[in-house]
Design a protein. Structure first.
Length: 707
């Protein structure tokens, strides 16, 4: 439909338009509206027809908003076939079409507090509410696929996708496989004969990962995100395949309700939240703890912001919150535009995806010499942070995704996850892109690189490589290792550049008087640094072992070793067999630790550190703690499920372990205790079915472990 050249031109034009300022002359407005129309149609085609967008949703929304604003300011610029004159469509396949009982509109978008306050002002104006606060129902904006459900005579009779908002694709057979959709629901209790519900079909994030893992094993193409897996799942030709996607449906609207005579029955539910409560009582999955009614727009802002902060801990992907006038009578007064209801608005979280250009690749040398390629990209905003470099992990990653210099790349930053490149947009290539040639020698010391057959990274094997030495010092002082307050990457690099430190041992003979004279230091910070370093000298030896950057010796293995030795230097006399006697220490760790202690330089280094006051002797913390037989959870197995609210999963497991329990990963006859957080799913059901598992709430668990 679009030639490669046209695609390139339209992509280029999109970027210009995104950056363009609104025109003032009507003639310019007409031209700009026409261009916006062209690029928006192109992106809709990429998104809805090819399912392969070349811009982020956020950028698309921005283009769309620009056109809307322009058409409002210059009505003469509105084209008859403007993308704003219809709602977007997913009608592309040969599934039968059905007409919705009431049209399904889109939502207008808001991005910050000012947008929400403006929305509230409009609502108060439309409803003549003056200064009286409006109550809003707020719930997550699920990032899946829209689904409608029609019930007649208490039975599910039809289900459809959203389609173009008026007509959708019939997917009843697939909907019937979704467990959270009741096939029967007693609408007759409310005198309702015919009802249409709207909701979102969505896949749990953890389940999505499992689906992709399975697909990887079967050599099938992976889904880019849970949304694609969900929308694809809804439209499968074979309901069995749809069922395998494990879709959930959250119902978020009762759109239509009539009795047998065709009289409207929606008036029984004077507010949105009452309608949803009723649907919940009828057995539908509706947003529960994640839904609230706010007394005014300020509460809405606070609620939306609190969810923006915790969206990643929620088991489903959400891309914002939906704010709805709670009272139905007020909704009716507000009315609709051809595109969206005036009584609702989406509050969109900051975009996680954006496109950018790959300008260059840097190669960084890690503490054990691993070479990490890092893409330098044109700076983009991602979830509120400017991103200009993105790790490319290793050579296989670059080859696997066929990433080239000069490519336009789709970049994503989800939650706490570091930004990564989803894919290059190969369609936008113009032939000037160049292959990324991985170096064959270390970019810092020029030693030839080496790659172990079963490892992904190329490594510089020169332990004296300047880059490695610096990285080892930086790691040595970091939180995970010796945890020296006030000493981080920038200080280490500064001391290195001054020639004061060449090895980790030098960190223990710093001249604090000279540090006090440095710009930005002074006596006080030099003193504090001195204290922090003295404190670190007394660290338990598991920290010291970990801080030495021995390949494959992680935090856990360091603890296991520390528990077995009275003094660190005993390790120089250990043979492989001795290491392997420790449960959970394997031959790879054993060989690497042996190689380290086999080097006289390393032993000398540790001896020097000890002479400077660094502790090498096993401490109380290093010794394995015997769990008292009377510990509250002694000998029990435990599992956590659902979203914990007062602590992270890891923290909970540590607490459980301290109380003598052993965390396990699945519900089985071996499980003693299941701790249930919000939105617990199949694990809870399975445990209940077993009947032998003690089921605790988060609070009950906390009380128990603190007893
Ligand atoms: S209400 C008339 N509520 O967002 C108002 N929509 O453009 C109809 N969505 O694809 C929408 N979660 O499927 C509403 N809690 C929620 C929602 C939600 C997700 C989706 C909807 C549609 C898009 C709206």
């Amino acid at each position: 439909m679009y030639s490669p050249d046209e695609q390139k031109t339209l992509d280029h034009l999109s970027r210009q338009l995104l950056a363009a300022t609104p025109p003032v002359a009507p003639a310019d407005a007409v031209a700009m509206a026409a261009s916006l129309g062209d690029v928006i149609r192109f992106h809709e085609y990429r998104y809805y027809v090819l399912h392969d967008p070349v811009i982020s949703d956020f950028e698309y929304d921005q283009l769309y908003k620009k056109l809307q604003t322009l058409e409002e300011a210059f009505p003469e610029a509105r084209m008859e076939d403007s993308p704003t004159s219809r709602v977007s469509s997913d009608l592309t396949s040969d599934l039968p079409e059905v007409t919705h009982l009431t049209p399904m509109l889109s939502l207008d978008n808001s991005y910050d507090e000012a947008d929400l306050l403006e929305f509230d002002r409009q609502v108060r104006k439309l409803t003549d509410m003056g200064d009286s606060p409006i109550a809003y129902a707020v719930e997550p904006k699920y990032d899946g696929g829209t689904i409608t459900l029609v019930y007649e005579g208490d039975r599910l009779t039809r289900s459809a996708t959203r389609g173009d908002g008026v007509r959708g694709e019939e997917i009843t057979a697939n909907a019937r496989t979704i467990r959270s959709i009741p096939l029967k629901a007693e609408f007759s209790r409310y005198g309702i004969h015919r009802a249409e519900l709207r909701g979102e079909a969505i896949i749990r994030k953890d389940h999505f990962l499992q689906i992709n893992a399975r697909r990887e094993e079967q050599d099938l193409p992976l889904f880019a995100n849970p949304r694609n897996a969900a929308t694809g799942g809804l439209r499968m030709k074979d309901p069995k395949e749809a069922a395998e996607r494990g879709l959930d449906v959250f119902v978020y609207q009762l759109g239509f309700a009539q009795d047998g005579q065709g009289n409207d029955q929606l008036d029984q539910f004077p507010t949105h939240h009452q309608a949803l409560d009723t649907l919940a009582a009828l057995g539908f999955k509706v947003p529960a703890g994640e839904r609230t009614v706010c007394r005014d727009i300020h509460e809405v802002v606070a609620f939306c912001e609190s969810w923006a902060a915790k969206r990643d801990t929620y088991p489903y992907e959400i891309d914002g919150m939906v704010v709805k006038v709670d009272r139905r009578d007020l909704q009716e007064i507000c009315g609709y535009t051809s595109h969206h209801p005036r009584w609702a608005i989406a509050f969109k979280f900051k975009a996680r995806q954006a496109t950018s250009k790959l300008i260059d690749v840097d190669y960084q040398v890690g503490k054990i010499g691993s070479i990490t390629p890092v893409a330098k990209i044109e700076p983009v905003q991602l979830a509120g942070v400017t991103v200009s470099s993105v790790s490319l992990h290793n050579e296989d990653f670059i080859k696997g995704k066929d990433i080239r210099l000069g490519d336009t790349v789709l970049v994503e930053r989800a939650g706490d996850v570091i930004p990564y490149i989803v894919k290059p947009l190969a369609d936008l290539r113009d032939g000037s892109e160049q292959a990324i040639i991985f170096p064959t020698t270390c970019p810092v010391c020029h030693t030839p690189l080496f790659r172990e057959p079963d490892e992904a990274a190329w490594r510089c094997v020169n332990a004296e490589c300047e880059a490695q030495i610096k990285q080892r010092m930086i790691f040595h002082v970091s939180k995970d290792a010796m945890d020296i307050d006030g000493l981080g990457r920038s200080q280490v690099e500064r001391f290195y550049d001054l020639g004061w430190v060449r090895h980790i041992v030098d960190l223990y003979r710093l001249d604090y008087d000279r540090i006090a004279e440095l710009d930005g230091f002074g006596k006080k910070s030099a003193d504090n640094l001195h204290k922090a370093i003295d404190k670190a000298k007394a660290n338990p030896i598991h920290r010291l072992l970990h801080s030495l950057s021995i390949h494959h010796l992680g935090k856990k293995a360091s603890k296991l070793l520390a528990a077995e030795v009275g003094h660190v230097l005993e390790l120089k006399d250990w043979d492989e067999e001795r290491y392997l006697q420790i449960k959970d220490i394997g031959p790879i760790v054993a060989r690497n630790v042996m190689a380290f202690f086999g080097q006289p330089d390393n032993v000398a280094l540790l001896e020097e550190m000890e002479a400077l006051g660094v502790n090498l002797t096993q401490t109380e913390e290093d010794r394995p703690r015997a769990i008292a037989a009377d510990a509250p959870l002694a000998g029990k197995t435990i599992l956590f499920t659902g979203t914990l609210e007062k602590m992270g999963r890891k923290e909970a497991q540590e607490l459980a372990e301290q109380a003598g329990a052993k965390p396990i990963s699945a519900v089985s006859g071996n499980l003693d205790i299941l701790v249930v957080g919000a939105n617990a799913g199949s694990k809870l059901k399975k445990a209940q079915a077993l009947g032998t598992v003690q089921i605790l709430t988060e609070d009950e668990f906390l009380t128990l472990v603190s007893s």
